[in-house]
Write a protein of this length. Structure first.
Length: 92
C-alpha cells in the first residue's frame, strides 16, 4: 500500500483509469462481435452502420492511447476487408 499522499493519489487515479480503459475496450470488443454477427447473417446495411461505430470508437481509443494505434489500424483493416467481401458476395 502507498504511504505518501502523492502515491495514494496516484493509486486512486490508476484504479479509475483502469476501469475506464477496461470499459472502453469492452465496448469495442462487443461492437466488433456485433459487426461480425451482422456480416455472417448477411445484413450488410447493419454491418456498415456497425463498422462506422467501431471505427469511431477505435480511433478515439487509439488517440487516447487506451489501445495501441497499430492495433486500431489492424482492427479497422481486418473488419473493412470482411465487410468488403460480404458486400461483394451479396452484390454478385
Amino acid at each position: 500500500m502507498p504511504h505518501s499522499v502523492s502515491a495514494k493519489k496516484r493509486l486512486r487515479q490508476n484504479l479509475r483509469n483502469r476501469e475506464r480503459n477496461r470499459a472502453e475496450k469492452s465496448v469495442i470488443k462487443s461492437h466488433v462481435r456485433k459487426l461480425l454477427e451482422a456480416i455472417s447473417a448477411g445484413d450488410v446495411a447493419l454491418a456498415k452502420e456497425q463498422f462506422r461505430f467501431v471505427v469511431k470508437k477505435t480511433d478515439r481509443a487509439a488517440s487516447a492511447r487506451t489501445i495501441h494505434p497499430n492495433r486500431a489500424a489492424r482492427i479497422k483493416s481486418r473488419l473493412s476487408a470482411r465487410l468488403h467481401a460480404a458486400s461483394q458476395a451479396t452484390g454478385a
